[in-house]
Design a protein around this ligand. Structure first.
Ligand code: 2M8
Length: 449
């Protein structure tokens, strides 16, 4: 074997050094682009995960990541899914296409998209604080001051999700677009997208295909629908009630809702640290408990998974995707639910699948319809989602499973490169390289060793 084809196997120290280099290279000065070329702006949930990794280096810089994101918060409380870097071009849809200038609730001094992503932020803010407690008095005091500053913004964000995004008070968050789920082209959205008629869509040119292999990205048919939904929301000036009435895509998303439940637990801890009023805490508990009840109703005993619900079609979405593990992320598992979720996770449709290169959860089950090992959220494994599973398993007291997942996840990254996602059967890195959240998660895992 020559030096060039010998597989790289980074030591933890080498991997940490490379992760730091990636985060430095993607740093825009207080905020971080999601990836060097494919994603040259700040993405909402990427930034929350990035902040968790950055906290291992510098808790003040980690706090700044969230501060910049929340400075672009909308008047409704919504945290936008992209905050645009005015110095970067080459991503589409760009600020002009989003056209938020006519939206009354837009922020006054930031260019953003008009939708949101899963609310990992309270979890990240609390993680920054917890790490700072080990770093001496000054850093600990700064982190507490940061929580005091960010708490009202986090509360407004959660209130928005619990009210505007759940007018039915079902406990489940409604998403307006597959991009809001974070798992953009998951087979879970296929039927809802197929039901959409694209009308007078202005022409557009995709930039993502210049930076990534088209066979791994969403199809043109999917993109037309993605952009048509943006067009409908833009024409409605991103008004929530209008969107709820007119949007062709309305889905109760269980993965998003489960993250919201877990984030409400984190927000409760923050509320205690900052001495928030009792009335706030009562609201947060109500949102969390309602979420747990909502998820419970979406549990599908035949598949042993939780299912998303298409509001437009009035029907559950029977697809085996990673989001089905929502109860694990939400936590507060009953013994029966814990046993069922873990049996599914260990079983042949998931971690026990004989062809998996590493025992880490694929975004879509290889046994399910719509699985594709190379295309984006239709099968590849996502290190950042492994992190969420790891975090949830640890929170549930499943220490051995959590450790095994962390080891497998780090092994997957030992080839270097910090891929956006990985081929589940070969372990090949795919999508963008030097992806910020992958580097951040590696840092957090290494620090846990
Ligand atoms: C991907 O999403 C963007 C749109 O938001 C895209 O494909 O252009 C998703 O993987 C999403 O979860 C992620 O936040 C974003 C940036 O990493 O890329």
């Amino acid at each position: 074997m020559s030096t060039t084809d010998r597989p790289i196997a980074l030591t933890p120290e080498e991997m940490a050094a490379q992760a730091v280099a990636v985060l430095r290279a993607n740093d825009l000065g207080g905020w971080t682009k999601a990836a060097p070329r494919l994603y040259p702006h700040q993405w909402s949930w990427d930034s929350a995960f990035i902040a968790i990794g950055l906290a291992r280096l510098d808790t003040r810089r980690a706090a700044q990541e969230l501060r910049v994101l929340f400075a672009a918060q909308w008047a409704t409380g919504m945290v936008p899914h992209i905050v645009f870097n005015p110095a970067a071009s080459g991503y589409f849809p760009d600020p002009e296409r989003w056209g938020i200038t006519t939206a009354p609730a837009r922020p006054s001094d930031a260019l953003t998209s008009g939708m949101c992503q899963p609310p990992v932020h309270a979890i990240a803010a609390h993680a920054i604080w917890a790490i700072a407690q080990e770093r001496g008095e000054a850093e600990a005091a700064d982190a507490t001051a940061f929580l005091r500053e960010i708490y009202p913004r986090l509360l407004a964000w959660h209130r928005y999700l619990a009210t505007e995004r759940d007018p039915e008070r079902s406990g489940l968050v409604t998403i307006y677009h597959p991009w809001e789920s974070g798992a953009d082209n998951s087979p879970a959205w296929d039927s809802a997208l197929a039901a959409i008629t694209v009308e007078d869509l202005p022409p557009y040119e995709r930039h993502d295909l210049k930076h990534a292999d088209p066979s791994m990205r969403p199809t043109m048919a999917e993109y037309d629908r993605y952009l048509w939904i943006v067009e409908v929301m833009r024409r409605g000036r991103y008004d929530e009630a209008t969107t709820y009435r007119t949007n062709p895509f309305l889905v109760k998303a269980v993965w998003f809702s489960a993250i919201f439940v877990a984030a409400n637990d984190a927000l409760l801890e923050i509320a205690a640290i900052v001495d928030a009023p009792d009335a706030d805490r009562a609201h947060i508990i109500e949102w969390r408990d309602r979420g747990l009840r909502g998820l419970d109703e979406r549990w599908e005993a035949n598949l042993n998974l939780c299912l998303d619900y298409d509001l437009r079609a009035a029907s559950p979405i029977r697809v085996q995707v990673m989001g089905g593990f929502a109860p694990l992320v939400a936590g507060h598992l009953t013994p029966e639910r814990r046993a069922a979720v873990l049996a599914t996770l260990d079983g042949p449709a998931w971690l026990g699948h004989p062809r998996l290169r590493w025992p880490v959860p694929p975004s879509t089950s290889p046994e399910g319809p719509g699985f594709d090992p190379r295309r984006y959220w239709r099968g590849p494994t996502w290190p950042v989602m492994n992190w969420l599973f790891w975090w949830a398993l640890r929170r549930a007291g499943e220490t051995e499973r959590a450790d095994a997942l962390r080891r497998a996840s780090l092994n997957q990254l030992r080839g270097g490169g910090f891929g956006e996602y990985y081929e589940p059967f070969t372990g090949e890195p795919l999508g963008s390289l030097d992806q910020s959240w992958t580097a951040a998660m590696a840092l957090d895992w290494i620090a846990e060793q």
